[in-house]
Design a binder for this molecule. Sequence first.
Ligand code: FAD
Length: 511
Amino acid sequence: MFFDARQLEQAHTIDADICIIGAGAAGITMAREFIGSTTRVALIESGGLAYDDKSQSLYEGDNVGLPSFDVNVNRLRYFGGTTNHWAGHCRPLDAIDFEKRNWIPHSGWPISRRELDPYYLRAQPIVGLGPYEYENLDFWQNEINLPNLQFDENRLSTVVYNQSPPTRFGQAYRSELKTAPNIGVYLNANVLEILSNNNGRKVTGLKLACIDGPTFSATAKIFVLATGGMENARILLLSDSVHTKGLGNENGLVGRYFMDHILLRPGADISLSDPNLNVSLYSALHRVHQSRMFAILASPEALLRKEKLNNFRIHLLHRKPAYPAPLGRVMSRLDKVGGSDDPESGLEGHELRKAGRDAISLHMVLEPTPNPDSRITLSSKTDLFGQRKIDVNWQLDQKDLSMAYRAMELAALEFGRLGFGRAYGAIFADAAHWPGNLEAGRHHCGTTRMTDDPKTGVVDHNCKLNAVSNLYIAGSSVFPTIGYANPTLSIVALALRLADHVKANLAGRPS
Ligand SMILES: Cc1cc2nc3c(=O)[nH]c(=O)nc-3n(C[C@H](O)[C@H](O)[C@H](O)COP(=O)(O)OP(=O)(O)OC[C@H]3O[C@@H](n4cnc5c(N)ncnc54)[C@H](O)[C@@H]3O)c2cc1C
């Protein structure tokens, strides 16, 4: 059932078993898991069913760190969240991404890839993807009949990516949420604060308000915060009535370890010796097995271990003229109505082929080293409700630059060795500084990280706040490291796992 919160009476109280805050990929996935049950779910969403400037303004913030992305336009604040303009590139994290890697400080998830495998399988159709097959390239290639580049497998291998339509969660799942009698979706309902008891160990309710409407509240047994990788931290920091540092922030970790993928688009260009070199497997989308896929290059686990590298991927694209800066900004605003974090690989094959054949660009996506100084904090500026906005201070570890260099060098060496062409790139000219085209991937992670030790993380292996008995976090803010894969398939898998845990908890069978 849908409710417009602006129609509620002043001081109304929503009463539910579970309150889920935020109707994006994570929140909608969680809520759907309770359809058909007797559990009363309130899904609280800040925006309405369509984009609105006033609601979106509540997401404004400043970028005070490395120049990366426009904080104001990347996230979307209405039903469906940022999936209203995500690009749909999908792949699970690799097993190695979950490991404590002694060359990556602060690495190591408290859960393994194996533990998440069944949830990835369940996440696949929810995100609108076909067969769950990421390991076996032949499964796809036999149908497509396009060659993969025969690089030294100890250095670079061809890896499968899946492409979602992309599923807009707000459209795809609207009608089933609307007809579910036990799910109440409250639109235009902004959580201003998560309220807790005197010692801050139990959430007692939510303080809510509409932009042009009443202030009201919500109570529940269990609360799930699912407002995205930056806003999850902001809401905890704003929830400071009991603990002045914010809810769950006794160790000062909320907002720290903010991570995003490190993008160089391009990291290098290859001037091709043979203009007919066929890279279509990588540069175009292929419709096959009632699904869509493309391939990327990545390094095998053994090399990552041997050379102590962060995980990375490389996209191969026919070279196109770079957008000049002002147009780049317009493009980023257009993202609101259908954007892409890897726009080129979101294009269909014929469009890519038009772009030129004498050169290809290597677009690099690198896993960042978790860095406590990279963080989201509250600024002194305030939004329409008088709530403090965010400052985004994206920082990278010094070592990440040498990782980026090595990733591009590996590719350059392989293209050269096979006689495909020569590599050119700013990173080869000046390995001591980030090239001017350094960007962040718009994948906001790490600000409420999951660890086994409460002193080093904000949530435990069940995604429950360490210090609070009934508050959970869904979304990429719990990722302690982020590999190279785009996050949404993992966000959905973790939301399914969390739903199972909450169900068991409500049934008195804690998992
Ligand atoms: C341009 C772009 C392209 C992308 N492409 C890809 C891709 O190809 N592959 C991939 O895996 N990922 C991609 N992503 C990332 C993807 O969009 C996110 O990982 C995903 O949407 C996160 O889901 P979420 O539910 O955690 O957050 P969101 O989808 O952002 O949802 C959060 C929800 O919380 C609501 N909310 C916020 N604050 C409040 C509040 N105070 N009270 C109530 N509700 C609130 C918001 O309105 C929103 O609906 C892309 C992102 C961008 C910006």
